[in-house]
Design a binder for this molecule. Structure first.
Ligand code: MN
Length: 145
C-alpha cells in the first residue's frame, strides 16, 4: 500500500502523463509545490516499489502497476469532488476538502460514495429534493440565530 505522500505523487504523475504525455521532475515539483530534490527522492522510492521506472536523464515511465494505481487515485479524487459538489458543498472548499480526506477513506467507503453519486446522477429530481431540504435548513439556521 502506498503512503499518502506516495499517493499524491502517483496521482499527479498519472495526471501529468495523461495531459502532456510525460512527467518531468520539474513538472512534478511545480504541480506539488515541493523542491525538485524531494521529487527525485520520492521518484526513486516509487521506482524501488515498482510503480515506475526512473532514469536520471531520460525521465520516468509508469509501470503497469503504477498506471493501475495512478488511475484509481485520479478516479478517487474526481469522485470525491463530484460527491461534495452533489451534496452542495461550496466550490471554494471542494479541492482542499478532497485533498484533506482522500487518503483517509477505505476503498469500501469510496465505492459506497460512488453508489451515492450514481443515485443522484441517475435522477436529476433527487438532487432537487436534496436542495429543498438544504433550503429548509438554511431558513431554520437563520431563524435560530
Ligand atoms: Mn488529490
Amino acid at each position: 500500500m502506498p503512503t499518502p505522500s506516495m499517493e499524491d505523487y502517483l496521482e499527479r504523475i498519472y495526471q501529468l502523463i495523461e495531459e502532456k504525455g510525460y512527467a518531468r521532475v520539474s513538472d512534478i515539483a511545480e504541480a506539488l509545490e515541493v523542491h525538485p530534490s524531494s521529487v527525485t527522492k520520492m521518484v526513486q522510492k516509487l521506482d524501488k516499489k515498482d510503480y515506475l521506472v526512473y532514469e536520471k536523464y531520460r525521465g520516468l515511465v509508469l509501470t503497469s502497476k503504477g498506471k493501475k494505481v495512478g488511475k484509481r487515485l485520479v478516479y478517487r479524487h474526481e469522485l470525491l469532488e463530484d460527491f461534495l459538489h452533489i451534496i452542495g458543498v461550496d466550490k471554494a472548499y471542494i479541492y482542499e476538502d478532497v485533498e484533506g480526506i482522500e487518503h483517509h477513506l477505505s476503498w469500501d467507503a469510496i465505492d459506497r460514495i460512488g453508489d451515492v453519486v450514481q443515485f443522484f446522477q441517475e435522477k436529476e429530481e433527487r438532487i432537487r429534493l436534496l436542495r429543498d431540504i438544504q433550503k429548509r435548513n438554511e431558513w431554520n439556521e437563520i431563524e435560530e440565530t
